[in-house]
Design a binder for this molecule. Structure first.
Ligand code: HEM
Length: 536
C-alpha cells in the first residue's frame, strides 16, 4: 500500500487552481488587506462599546452567518472520494462512448455514497438504501451514473416521489424519527403501495446495513440505452461489483455502532483511502438487444424489477479505483451536483417513468441548493473539457465571457460557438419511434408487484430470511396504528405466507381473518388495472 500518496488525474489538476493553502501566508481580509489583529474587535476604549466601523469584525461574522446551504432534500448525509475508471476492452460494438472505447484512457471519477432518509448529521448505520453516485469526467463531458446499492426502487412513477419521501422522512408535527423507517407514516404509505413490495424486501434485508461503503454493490436501477457508432441501440442495466465482496452487519451491531460512532462508514472510507487500501469496483452491464424488449415476463421500463442474472449475465467491462480523499468536504462532497441527465454520446435514456421524472428533479433542486443557475461553474462540477455556450450572467457568475454577442445565429461578431455534427461528437438523442395517445396512466405490464419480491425472498439463505422477518417485526412493532400493521401483513402474505405468519406472531396480532376478501378487493391482484384503481 502507498500510504500517504495522493494520486493525480486530469480532474485533480483541473481542481488545483481553485485550491488554497495558507501555510506561511499572512492573514488577509477578502479584499487582500493584511490583518493585524483578528482576535479583538475595534472598540471605543478597552471596555467598548464595539464600533460599527469595524469592517474586519463585520466581514468575518457576515461570512460565518452565511456558511450553511440547504442540505439535499434526500441523500443529505454522504461521503465523497476521487478516483479513476478504466475500461478493460473496447465496448465499441455496444456504445460509442469514448471512455468505454479507449482502453488507454484513465477517466477521473468523483463518487458520493449516501444514506437517503436521514439529515446531514444522522447516523451512517441507519436501516436505509444507500446512494451510489459516480461522476465520470470524460473527454466528452461529465457522465453521471446516479445509482443506489439496491437494484430496484419503491415506486414506478416519479410523480409519487414526493409522497414516498414525505412518508419516510420524520413526521411533520414532531420531526421524529430521525433516519429510520420504523414509523406510522412510512408503513401507512408502503402498505397502500403494493408496487413497493420488491424494494421493501431489499430494504428489510441485510443489504440495508452495509458493513462498509467499500463492500456494497451499486446499481443504475433504470434500464438505459447504449448506442454504437452505427446507431444500433441496446438496453443496458449498470452494476458495480465491489472487489471486497458484499458484506453487512447485523441489526444489533448496527445499533451499537450507531451509538458509538455515527461516522462509521465515513471514517472507514476515509481511513481506507488514506492508508492506501484503495477500494475497487468492477463496472458490469446487462445487455438486452432492442428486439428482445418484450421477451421478459416483466417490463424493462419498470424500475421495481431487475433482470435476473440467470437470464442476462452481468458482463464486467471495467474497474473503478477510489484513491484520493477530498481536500475539502464542503467544496467537493457537499457542492457536487449529480444528475442522471448528464450523459455523453453513446449513452441514452429509456422511457422508464421514474427515470423520466428524475431528469427534471435534480437540476431543479440544485438551483435552490446551490444558489442559482451557475452551479456548474463550481470547481467540482466543471467538466475537464471546455464549456462554450450562450448562457450568461446570474448570481455568482464566474466566467468572463468575451465579445459583444451571446446569441445564435449571429452575424455581428461571429464568435458564437458552433453546433457540432454527430460525427464531430455532437449529442443526438436516440431516434426512438413512438406512436401513442397521450394518457395519464400506468402500463398494465407494470402490475405484477409480488413475483420478484417473492423471488428475492426465496433467494435468501435461512439466516438472511430470519433477518428479514426480524427487521419487519422490529419496524412494524414501532408502528402504533394496528390497521397499518394488519394491512402490511396482508401485503406480506402475498409475497410469502410463512413470512407473514412469522411477523404476525412476533407482533402478537393475527393476519386479518378477512384476508382472502382483502386480497381480492383492497390489494390489486397481479395485473388487474381495475383493482389497482380502486386502491388509489
Ligand atoms: C439525490 C439516487 C429516485 C430526486 C439522489 C442521490 C442519489 C439518488 C444517489 C444523491 C446524489 C448525491 O450524492 O449528491 C436515486 C435513485 C433513484 C432516485 C437510484 C431511483 C432509481 C429519485 C426520484 C426523484 C429523485 C424519482 C425525483 C423525482 C432526488 C433529489 C436529490 C436526489 C431531488 C437531491 C439532489 C441534490 O440535492 O443534489 N438520488 N434517486 N430521486 N434524488 Fe434521487
Amino acid at each position: 500500500v502507498n500510504k500517504g500518496t495522493q494520486p493525480v488525474n486530469d480532474k485533480i489538476e483541473n481542481l488545483a487552481p481553485h485550491t488554497a493553502d495558507s501555510t506561511g501566508e499572512f492573514m488577509t481580509t477578502n479584499t487582500g488587506l493584511k490583518i493585524n489583529d483578528d482576535q479583538n474587535s475595534l472598540k471605543a476604549g478597552d471596555r467598548g462599546a464595539t464600533l460599527l466601523e469595524d469592517f474586519i469584525l463585520r466581514e468575518k461574522i457576515t461570512h460565518f452567518d452565511h456558511e450553511r446551504i440547504p442540505e439535499r432534500v434526500v441523500h443529505a448525509r454522504g461521503s465523497g472520494a476521487h478516483g479513476v475508471f478504466k475500461v478493460y476492452e473496447s465496448q465499441s460494438a455496444l456504445t460509442k462512448a469514448l471512455f468505454l472505447n479507449d482502453t488507454a484512457a484513465e477517466t477521473p471519477v468523483f463518487v458520493r455514497f449516501s444514506t437517503v432518509a436521514g439529515s446531514k448529521g444522522s447516523t451512517d448505520l441507519a436501516r436505509d438504501v444507500r446512494g451510489f453516485a459516480v461522476r465520470f469526467y470524460t473527454q466528452e463531458g461529465n457522465f453521471d451514473l446516479v445509482g443506489n446499492n439496491m437494484p430496484v426502487f419503491f415506486i414506478q412513477d416519479a410523480i409519487k416521489f414526493p409522497d414516498l419521501i414525505h412518508a419516510v422522512k420524520p413526521e411533520p408535527d414532531n420531526e421524529i424519527p430521525q433516519a429510520a423507517s420504523a414509523h406510522d407514516t412510512f408503513w401507512d404509505f408502503i402498505s397502500l403501495t403494493p408496487e413497493s413490495s420488491h424494494m421493501i424486501m431489499w430494504a428489510m434485508s441485510d443489504r440495508a446495513l452495509p458493513r462498509s461503503y467499500r463492500m456494497m454493490e451499486g446499481f443504475g436501477v433504470h434500464t438505459f440505452r447504449f448506442v454504437n457508432a452505427e446507431g444500433v441501440a441496446s438496453f443496458v442495466k449498470f452494476h458495480w461489483k465491489p472487489l471486497l465482496g458484499v458484506h453487512a452487519v447485523a441489526w444489533d451491531e448496527a445499533q451499537n455502532i450507531s451509538g458509538k460512532d455515527p461516522d462509521f462508514h465515513r471514517r472507514d472510507l476515509w481511513n481506507a483511502i488514506d492508508s492506501g487500501a484503495f477500494p475497487e469496483w468492477e463496472l458490469g452491464v446487462q445487455i438486452v438487444p432492442e428486439e428482445d424488449e418484450f421477451k421478459f415476463e416483466f417490463d424493462l421500463l419498470d424500475p421495481t424489477k431487475l433482470i435476473p442474472e440467470e437470464l442476462v449475465p452481468v458482463q464486467l467491462i471495467g474497474k473503478m479505483t477510489l484513491n484520493r480523499n477530498p481536500d475539502n468536504f464542503f467544496a467537493e462532497t457537499e457542492q457536487v451536483a449529480f444528475h442522471l441527465g448528464h450523459i455523453v454520446p453513446g449513452i441514452d435514456f429509456s422511457n422508464d417513468p421514474l427515470l423520466q421524472g428524475r431528469l427534471f428533479s435534480y437540476t431543479d433542486t440544485q438551483l435552490t441548493r446551490l444558489g442559482g443557475p451557475n452551479f456548474q461553474e463550481i470547481p467540482i462540477n466543471r467538466p475537464i473539457v471546455p464549456v462554450h455556450n450562450n448562457q450568461r450572467d446570474g448570481f455568482m457568475r464566474q466566467t468572463i465571457n468575451k465579445g459583444k454577442t451571446s446569441y445564435s445565429p449571429n452575424a455581428i461578431s461571429g464568435n458564437d460557438p458552433r453546433q457540432a455534427k454527430e460525427a464531430e461528437g455532437g449529442f443526438v438523442s436516440y431516434p426512438e419511434r413512438i406512436s401513442a395517445s397521450k394518457v395519464r396512466a400506468r402500463s398494465k405490464s407494470f402490475f405484477d408487484h409480488f413475483s420478484q419480491a417473492r423471488l428475492f425472498f426465496n433467494s435468501q439463505s435461512e439466516p438472511e430470511k430470519n433477518h428479514i422477518t426480524d427487521a419487519l417485526s422490529f419496524e412494524l412493532g414501532k408502528v402504533k396504528t394496528v390497521a397499518i400493521r394488519e394491512r402490511m401483513l396482508v401485503v406480506l402474505a402475498q409475497i410469502d405466507k410463512g413470512l407473514a405468519a412469522a411477523v404476525a406472531y412476533a407482533l402478537g396480532i393475527h393476519i386479518p381473518e378477512n384476508l382472502a376478501e382483502q386480497l381480492n378487493q383492497n390489494i390489486p391482484a397481479d395485473g388487474d388495472p381495475a383493482d389497482y384503481a380502486s386502491l388509489q
